[in-house]
Design a protein around this ligand. Structure first.
Ligand code: NAP
Length: 271
């Protein structure tokens, strides 16, 4: 019997899961035909990477909308493979799964750990990160994406080198399009992974004195942390928001094992 599995994606784990579950790499070949995968992307970027297999794009309209989607598409289980900082969709997944009486797994990749050689100031939010910065930190390399940049508009006296996948848009929370951002923000665009060599050159080219980062835990984004350590540059590290309670996996491998174990328990919501 086919089971419809909803993967909330947008992260590298989401893409890998879609590939593994729609295709040829699943270790136990017997289970391959038992899954029908649909990935869901938020639609934040104009040219998103496409997951393997079926996918949809855009918000569901809150936890209620997600529950409606689950019912309409006979979804049997959710794997929440969104970014560790995408807390709203993760909370909505937990609520909608509970409402629909289906299992939900959250992939929580481990955060980066501070080493003895790191100079990190750990803060709970972009707002607190913005408050802690001083003139001695400027110019600051801001690597938190484009959606939470508004917190740094409060610091016009500081210079920011800001990296995002693409320019800020009017629909972002700041409401400011890229070209009308204040002159103390210099934007560069790019998507990881970035090499240690390229990051070192960037830090040196811009005379970076401080790095602001989210603790995403992704090895694809880790080079900047290594470079800050080597160059003895302080890092303002934004800790993760609270994740929903419930079943968790640290890796794609663990998520696949969870899914295989759930097959027997999963009830078709249409029954
Ligand atoms: P968020 O704050 O948790 O989500 C905001 C709203 O966006 C959600 O309530 C939902 O809208 C919609 N949404 C988010 N992810 C979705 C998905 N995979 N499929 C359908 N709708 C989704 O998340 P975010 O910070 O906006 O992140 C959006 C996406 O970018 C996620 O897929 C995440 O994995 C990825 N991402 C986020 C970050 C980050 O730092 N936050 C970094 C890299 C990538 P409705 O309420 O209308 O359903």
């Amino acid at each position: 019997m086919k089971r419809n599995i909803l993967i909330l994606g947008g992260s590298s784990e989401g893409f890998e899961l879609a590939e593994r579950l729609s295709g040829h790499c699943l270790s136990n070949d017997q289970t391959q035909d038992e899954f029908e995968i649909i990935s869901s992307l938020a639609g934040r970027t104009s040219l998103p990477r496409k997951p393997q297999g079926a996918y949809r794009t855009g918000g569901f309209g809150g936890a209620g909308g997600l529950a409606d989607f689950i019912k309409a598409n006979s979804v049997s289980a959710i794997i929440d493979a969104t970014h560790p900082f995408a807390s709203t969709i993760s909370q909505n997944a937990a609520i909608a799964a509970a409402t629909s009486a289906i299992p939900c797994l959250h992939i929580n990749r481990p955060p980066w750990q501070k080493t003895e050689r790191d100079n990190w100031l750990q803060v709970p939010s972009p707002e607190v990160a913005a408050e802690t910065l001083t003139n001695a930190h400027s110019p600051i390399f801001l690597t938190i994406g484009r959606l939470e940049l508004a917190a740094f508009l409060t610091r016009p006296e500081l210079r920011f080198l800001t990296r995002a996948i693409e320019p800020p848009q009017k629909s972002d929370p700041s409401g400011l399009k890229g070209e009308i951002w204040p002159a103390n923000f210099t934007f560069i665009y790019g998507k990881g992974p970035f090499s240690v060599e390229a990051e070192t050159a960037l830090f040196k080219q811009h005379g970076i004195k401080c790095l602001v980062s989210k603790n995403s835990g992704s090895m694809k984004a880790y080079a900047k942390i290594e470079v800050a350590r080597t160059l003895n540059i302080p890092v303002v590290m934004i800790d993760r928001p609270e994740r929903p309670a419930g079943e968790t996996a640290a890796t794609v491998e663990e998520a696949i094992v969870w899914l295989q174990q759930k097959i027997a328990q999963i009830e078709d919501v249409n029954k």
